[in-house]
Design a protein around this ligand. Structure first.
Ligand code: MSP
Length: 525
């Protein structure tokens, strides 16, 4: 059976700001999924990029006294740079100022207009520039000084906007959206978020203003260039542009659309789970299969904000703790979908507990024993009696069974659970090593010693292969230490383990070196 293709997207990031941990987190989650699916033999399209139009960017550029295009060029480069330095494996990086995208959005606009889904009117209502969103008066909250604020918890002030505007007939899509959610129970995740969206839509939908006339920085509306498109209509369409829209007959489009997953933060779920499927259904295009809204990080218990000066720069974290350590921590620490708190002590505990004392220690012990007792070569298991029940048990637990569990978990974006399963496999290997005491077998039963060490090496090989999506560098170094060839590192080489042993006895191994150093807890010291 040919493996299904997999298309995963990050939100595209506003270029009014520098990259921070929130951006790094969303893209990291997608990167882990993309790597997992590729290793699992699937053809993957992993997309990220920058959202460059809109009033917010225009204002930020004005404040700096530069053109919006210059600001976009400068900050888009920062996001691209972050992607490179974080080792993200994105297949494309889209910018909404690119011609391919402008063509796609204008095409979608024409389709919606032709189908009678867009009409010209006048907008009079509240707008939050920070959120680039319209709000009904009933949704607003009063700030301490009596100012009206958007209900997004960002403290963003709203302003009154009155201008000619095109509208999308969102109100007409209420029932069809509810039917769509019903027919696709996995469309919105996690489940609690799904209920929020359903109750928002059930409460009634207003037509949505989809063009603006009071500023210029946007995609011109075809045949009415006094209007620029609403930045969210523009931005959401990037997911189509990158797979070749408007050429819906292209191989890329047919392979990857509908997208398997739009990963977003909880603050932008409404745009992805209400407006986006409505636009698509209205244009006769199939909506994506799933939208996952993840939670927000705080810093040592505090909300992260520029004004508090506690914004976390992902590159500083990486410098301090190591890239794979940061990747592991962010994906393991909180149940994916919940909010999480970044703290130094949590980071140190997690890295030392799971990585240094867990996988790292298991590998170091095993490789050192092999180095000392087996002449630094892959041990030759006693083929006649290798398959004692606990040998087989360990191989399955660290190999095919772990793969099967992780597949299920990652299909549902449960990174934390997948990593717990992995650590349970490591713990099982620790129990095996203690029970079998390979160090004591050298004199009494060297053949059994070789089998035990071979079994452990196989367990580590499988775990390292499965750890690659989360910790690509460290996993690669572990596999190097087992002399696993580059072309034998895909998940197929874990699944096949049941049939044959994969490490070749007698293969020389490099001198063992620790892969996960212990972090010092400065708070303790
Ligand atoms: N441009 C829009 C998205 C358009 S997608 C068609 C946008 N950009 S953003 O740059 O403001 O935010 C991007 C992502 O960063 C969001 O998913 C948001 O949830 C995430 N985060 C911002 N701060 C965050 C934290 N403190 N923690 C976790 N994620 C956070 O919205």
């Amino acid at each position: 059976m040919a493996a299904e293709p997999y298309y995963v997207t990050t939100p595209i990031y506003y270029v009014n700001d520098v990259p921070h941990i929130g951006h790094a987190y969303t893209t990291l989650a997608c990167d882990a999924l993309a790597r997992f699916m590729r290793l699992d033999g699937r053809r993957v399209m992993f997309l990220t990029g920058t959202d460059e139009h809109g009033q917010k960017v225009e204002k930020a550029a004005d404040d700096l006294g530069i053109s919006a295009q210059d600001l976009a060029d400068r900050n888009s480069a920062n996001f691209r740079d972050l992607a490179a330095r974080m080792g993200y494996s994105n297949d494309d990086f889209i910018r909404t100022t690119e011609p391919r995208h402008i063509e796609a959005v204008q095409h979608l606009w024409r389709v919606l207009l032709e189908r009678g889904e867009i009409y010209l009117g006048t907008y009079a209502g509240w707008y939050s520039v920070r959120d680039e969103a319209f709000f009904a008066e009933s949704e607003l909250i009063k700030g301490a000084d009596g100012k009206l604020l958007a209900p997004t918890g960002t403290g963003a002030e709203v302003e009154w906007v009155e201008e000619p505007s095109y509208f999308f007939r969102l109100s007409a899509w209420q029932d069809r959206l509810l039917e769509f959610y019903d027919a696709h129970p996995d469309f919105i995740a996690p489940h609690s978020r799904r209920n929020e969206v359903v109750s928002f839509v059930s409460g009634g939908l207003h037509d949505l203003s989809v063009s603006r006339t009071s500023f210029k920085w946007g995609v011109p509306v075809p045949n009415d260039p006094g209007h620029v498109m609403y930045v969210w209509l523009d931005a959401l369409t990037n997911y189509l542009t990158a797979v070749g829209y408007p050429d819906t007959d292209s191989e890329t489009f047919r392979t990857f659309w509908p997208a398997d997953l739009h990963m977003v933060g909880k603050d932008i779920l409404r745009f992805h789970a209400v407006y986006w499927p409505a636009f698509l259904l209205a244009a006769g295009i199939e909506p994506p299969k799933r939208v996952f809204a993840h939670g927000w990080w705080t810093n040592e218990g505090e909300k992260i904000s520029k004004s508090l000066g506690n914004v976390i720069d992902p590159l500083t974290l990486v410098e301090e703790y190591g890239l794979d350590q940061v990747r592991y921590f962010l994906l393991r620490e909180v149940p994916f979908g919940n909010d999480g708190d970044f703290s130094r002590s949590a980071m140190v505990q997690r890295v030392n507990g799971d990585l240094a004392n867990g996988i790292g220690n298991l590998a170091q012990r095993t490789l050192t024993l092999i180095h000392r007792n087996c002449e630094g070569r892959v041990p030759d298991p006693d083929k006649g009696k290798i398959d004692g029940p606990d040998d087989i048990d360990l191989r399955l637990a660290c190999g095919p069974s772990l793969l099967a569990k992780m597949r299920q978990d990652l299909e549902q974006q449960r990174f934390d659970i997948a990593l717990q399963e992995m650590m349970a496999a490591v713990a099982k290997a620790d129990v095996y090593i203690t029970a079998n005491e390979p160090w004591a077998l050298k004199k009494t039963d060297p053949a059994r010693m070789a089998t035990v060490l071979y079994t452990l090496a196989e367990a580590i090989r499988s775990i390292a292969i499965l750890a690659q999506p989360i910790m690509p560098d460290a996993a690669a170094r572990l596999l190097d230490q087992l002399s696993v060839p580059e072309d034998a590192r895909s998940f197929a080489h874990v699944e096949d383990q049941e049939i044959h042993w994969s490490l070749t006895p007698g293969t020389p191994l490099p001198k063992p070196e620790g892969v996960f150093p212990r972090l010092e807890d400065k708070a303790e010291a």
